[in-house]
Ligand binder design. Structure first.
Ligand SMILES: NC(=O)c1ccc[n+]([C@@H]2O[C@H](COP(=O)([O-])OP(=O)(O)OC[C@H]3O[C@@H](n4cnc5c(N)ncnc54)[C@H](O)[C@@H]3O)[C@@H](O)[C@H]2O)c1
Ligand SMILES: [Zn+2]
Length: 330
């Protein structure tokens, strides 16, 4: 396949899988389930039996309030702001074959995005941590690579990082694991490409590039989670990247809730709920009605990375030590 073949193919498959791409509230001839509102969601959560195994699918939109741009929002999204990298097409920055010959654009971007240095978890991340603490979270499937779920304190077992993470790294040629600290230093301090000790190939953090498989954990957990979940929350994703984009159609639960600025999936009357706008605003509204608002604000204050006196930073140090070994090959 020639240069650009795989991303092009992915985008063609995606457009088949995502017939609603580009729709806005105004032009979409869809039913947005106006018979349901946020109080229905509150009832499901408070009933004690309707939403006690909540599955969440999140995307870049949940981290926009942390100052990390999403991909596809026109104007502010990363894809509209990659001109400085001189890429043949925007997705090239996350393409393995491109990284092999031209690693510098990813290295420069990775330095900007490296988790734990500047960006703190948002209210939405802290809300998901609260769901976990209350025993209501079945699993969080995050497409993000910013590590903010991890920094928010969501336990490993509750989290599936569908597109990998920066905490481990390996060679794109021979697969040999590299020392994560040294990879981090090479990228953050030297802003150059880390090289493999064994074969001299380019090393990258274990985030999933186009053309790479998702972690085994994703497939393993998904099989049973789609059967078990009693509610699905879809938050801040355009549902443009397969196979994650198929999750809303795979779950067996009766109700699904979409927190997004745009209607990215079909809303079934009487079953689904669309909460438009910024997910942090909707989360605040939801937590106010649930009586969780104060706890949410306190939970979020603890995980702000500039707050050096908080216990989460202490916990973060501990968690980092616990996670020296790569958890999965991505
Ligand atoms: N933070 C990150 O880690 C990050 C950032 C950019 C892209 N990505 C990558 O992008 C790929 C998939 O794309 P995606 O679907 O996650 O992102 P995307 O850019 O394709 O879509 C983001 C969606 O969130 C919506 N949105 C933006 N801000 C929002 C807000 N404040 N509240 C609610 N909704 C908001 C947008 O309207 C859009 O529908 C993933 O592979 C992911 O790895 C990750
Ligand atoms: Zn190698």
């Amino acid at each position: 396949m020639g240069n650009g073949g795989i991303p092009k193919l992915i985008s063609e498959i995606d457009s088949l899988l995502n017939p609603l791409e580009g729709l806005t509230l105004e032009d979409a001839d869809l039913d947005f389930g106006s018979d349901l509102d946020i109080r229905n969601l509150v009832d499901w959560i408070q009933s004690g039996n309707k939403a006690k195994k909540i599955m969440v699918l999140s995307g870049a939109g949940v981290s926009v309030a942390a100052g990390i741009p999403d991909f596809r929002t026109p104007g502010t999204g990363l894809y509209d702001n990659l001109q400085k990298y001189n890429l043949p097409y925007p997705q090239a920055v996350f393409d393995v074959s491109f990284y092999r010959s031209q690693p510098q654009p990813f290295v420069t971007l990775a330095k900007e995005l490296w988790p734990g240095l500047t960006h703190s978890p948002t209210l939405t991340h802290s809300f998901l941590k609260m769901l976990s603490d209350k025993g209501l979270l079945l699993r969080l499937y995050s497409q993000n690579i910013d590590g903010l779920e991890y920094l928010a304190g969501i336990p490993d077992e509750k989290l599936v990082e569908c597109h990998g993470h920066f905490r481990s790294a390996s060679c794109i040629e021979c697969g040999t694991t590299a020392d994560p600290e040294s990879v981090k230093n090479t990228i953050i301090k030297d802003v150059t490409v880390p090289k493999c000790d064994k074969c001299g190939g380019n090393v990258k953090p274990d985030i999933v590039f186009f053309g790479e498989s998702l972690p085994d954990r994703f497939h393993q957990m998904l099989r049973t989670d789609v059967e078990e979940a009693d509610l699905l929350l879809v938050m801040g994703t355009s549902l443009q990247v397969a196979p994650v984009s198929m999750i809303p159609d795979m779950v067996r639960c009766e109700h699904r809730v979409l927190f997004n600025r745009e209607p990215v999936m079909k809303i079934r009357t009487g079953k689904d709920l669309f909460l438009p706008g910024n997910c942090d605003d909707q989360v605040m509204e939801l937590c106010s009605i649930l009586g969780w608002k104060q706890d949410l604000l306190e939970e979020n204050a603890k995980v702000q990375i500039n707050n050096s006196s908080n216990f989460k930073n202490d916990e973060g140090t501990e968690r980092k030590n616990l996670r020296k070994e790569p958890r999965e090959k991505t």
